[in-house]
Write a protein that binds this ligand. Sequence first.
Ligand code: 5RP
Length: 262
Amino acid sequence: MAGELSPIDKAKFVAAKRAVDFVEDGMRVGLGTGSTAAWMVRCLGELVRNDGLKIKGIPTSTRTAELARDCGITVISLDEAKWLDLTIDGADEFDQDLNLIKGGGGALLQEKIVATASDQMIVIADVGKEVETLGAFPLPLEVIPFGWQTSQALIEEMLISMDVLGRNTTLRMNGPAPFVTDEGNYILDLHLNRIGNARQLSMVLNQIPGVVENGLFIDICDKVVVGFGDGRVEVRDINDGSIEEDRLDFLEDDNLFRDLGD
Ligand code: 5RP
């Protein structure tokens, strides 16, 4: 039931619910990964099952693919879709230019490929993800396992000349073993505290051998739907500068909460 959700989960839910208003019949929709994106997949599933919405979903991780199928959404691969109308995904941080840090859930590689192959990317986030300057959230970096410690050393050396406040890097773990991405890679988390020039950092990081992709999404996001714990939502559009405000009600008997909430 919605009443049992924490304010942050309510904020995530209302952002997700508002964002699916942008999905239209016939669209190929990129489905993000993470707890906020999971709400969005559930909301879309409801529209598919109850309102006959016809879409094809392109998931950004194996866990999103599984959830989408469970929710009744037709899932196709990116190669089958080739190009997408819209991607809706969460974020770990967003700034006023709608540049993002993503990859807290370890799916940044597929997320970046899918979002870049979309006419539009909408980010859904609780208001706590908004920052003045990116970098408080550790920046995830996907690296290949071969020689990852050498890649890590090269990254730390490169960071000396970058406009960042912290330079510590850690291998993401899953219990006693390294966390492994859907592509079989590792994640290094870069504890930078503040990123002065995100565009430059993103380009330089991707030139280091062994780095597959970084979690900075620069000029990729078009809109952010910001959710608040009291049901308010704001839709901010970077292209036309508009900000729309709205308020969503929580329905106590909402199937989403009864059947699928986590
Ligand atoms: C996964 C991501 C997620 O979008 C990001 O971590 C936000 O997650 P959540 O919605 O659970 O806060 O980038 O790789």
